[in-house]
Design a binder for this molecule. Structure first.
Ligand SMILES: Cc1cc2nc3c(=O)[nH]c(=O)nc-3n(C[C@H](O)[C@H](O)[C@H](O)COP(=O)(O)OP(=O)(O)OC[C@H]3O[C@@H](n4cnc5c(N)ncnc54)[C@H](O)[C@@H]3O)c2cc1C
Length: 392
């Protein structure tokens, strides 16, 4: 039997310790968020539009092609770096974070994993350079039950005709390409669902109504209308009838980054609360001197750190090629809860001004709500976790 010293190898690094490369990348994104995005957050929220110049800068900085290999013009990074970017952006603006989130952890990720060589050669350089992408799965009648979709694709020679409507599509207003799911063989049920690469300029495609939302207002969310939209058969992504698998597996990964968005948001709310509590005086002292406020801040910091560890663990597991689906669901479920409660506490620490648009925590409170809804509601995450722990 080996002795303990014979079996002991180098200890695994602590979850929260970043490599030099990761730390440099994180500080670059943080600097960009603070210096370039922060001054425009309020105006973009009011206008419900994300500035084109900032989007352009995000492309320039490589933030829209983090995992795209360098040969295609990307950064050649990993999923964990995408998560770090989403977290750092969300600290300043959760809308900016979700734009990068959908591009990197959903769209680029789908193409890298499921695209054929020709599709990668054609689309990856565009996605890294200047083309925003969107993921179009949900419809009015199919949200949590996404595979009940009614959008249909029928083959006609060398192309498909797609007809239907998609709802709630993030990045839709800015996007040039849409990873869109339609059922191409309804008799086979969900096994008919197929993923297509649809370009905005394809005949029969239209971006419809933009939603007027509670939070993440600078991130566009629109309807898509497809009326016999003509899509070349070459733009079928992955295998015919395997769209359900592409959607599930992509969202399993993507929701780790939604957890990161909520961690960043919560950290932002905590940072604002710390700064404010050191300045605001009541009863002759700064409010940070009161134990009631100290305990609130301590609880917020602890919960943010716990959520971060769940998110980082999910991302590290994914990059290591290890099972991560339950951990990803836990990370998203918990981090979105922490995002909401931390932003709510921040509003209270600010008192009356926290309830106004003159201070940033009101917006973070509104932005937090979406974390429990998109990329699978909290109930859907709990179903995933319960299935695993009960062995169902
Ligand atoms: C801002 C925003 C951005 C979005 N971006 C995208 C996008 O880019 N692409 C895309 O495809 N979709 C997107 N969505 C859609 C999003 O993923 C769906 O809204 C979400 O999956 C929930 O679906 P639903 O709205 O139809 O709610 P429903 O599925 O109708 O759920 C309503 C309630 O019922 C609960 N529920 C449903 N089924 C069960 C069950 N079996 N057990 C227990 N509870 C259940 C849910 O948890 C929820 O509380 C976005 C939505 C929003 C609001």
């Amino acid at each position: 039997m080996p002795t303990i010293s014979e079996t002991t190898s180098a200890p695994a690094p602590p979850l929260s310790v970043l490599s030099d490369e990761e730390r440099m990348f994180q500080s670059t994104v943080r600097r960009f968020a603070r210096e370039r995005i922060a001054p425009h957050v309020r105006e973009m929220d009011d206008a419900s539009v994300f500035r084109k110049d900032l989007l352009h800068e995000m492309f320039e900085l490589g933030l829209m092609g983090i995992e795209i290999p360098e040969q295609f013009g990307g950064q050649g990074g990993n999923f964990f770096q995408s998560v770090l970017a989403v977290e750092a952006l969300a600290e300043v603006d959760p809308s900016a974070a979700v734009i990068a989130d959908v591009q990197n952890t959903i769209a680029n990720n789908i193409l890298l994993r499921w695209g054929n060589d020709e599709q990668k050669r054609h689309y990856l350089p565009k996605l890294a350079r200047d083309t925003v992408a969107a993921f179009a799965l949900s419809e009015a009648g199919s949200g949590s039950d996404a595979f009940a979709m009614s959008t249909r694709a029928t083959k006609h020679g060398d192309h498909y005709l797609i007809t239907g409507r998609k709802l709630w599509i993030t990045n839709a207003a800015e996007a040039g390409v849409y990873f869109l799911f339609a059922n191409a063989n309804p008799e086979a049920g969900y096994r008919g669902i197929t993923c297509f690469l649809v370009e905005r300029t394809f005949p029969g495609f239209q971006v419809g109504k933009k939603e007027d939302k509670l939070g993440i207002r600078a991130s566009s969310t629109c309807e898509l209308i497809l009326d016999e939209c003509r899509v070349p058969a070459d733009n079928l992504l992955g295998e015919f009838g395997k769209g359900y698998k592409i959607a599930i597996e992509t969202l399993n990964e993507g929701r780790i980054a939604i957890g990161a968005q909520m961690v960043g948001l919560a950290q932002g709310a905590l940072n604002h609360s710390i700064n404010y509590s050191k300045q605001r005086q009541q009863f002759g002292k700064v409010i940070a001197d009161y134990q009631g406020i100290q305990f609130e801040l301590a609880q917020m910091a602890t919960e943010v750190e716990a959520a971060r560890l769940l998110v980082y663990n999910g991302a590290r597991l994914r990059d290591a090629g290890l099972p991560f689906v339950t951990e990803a669901a836990m990370a998203k479920y918990f981090a979105s809860q922490v995002g909401e409660i931390t932003a709510s506490r921040a509003v209270e620490i600010f008192g009356g001004v926290g309830f106004t648009k003159d201070y940033p925590v009101e917006k973070l409170y509104r932005d937090a709500k979406i974390g429990r809804i998109y990329e699978g509601t909290s109930n859907m995450q709990k179903l995933t976790i319960a299935k695993q722990i009960l062995g169902l």
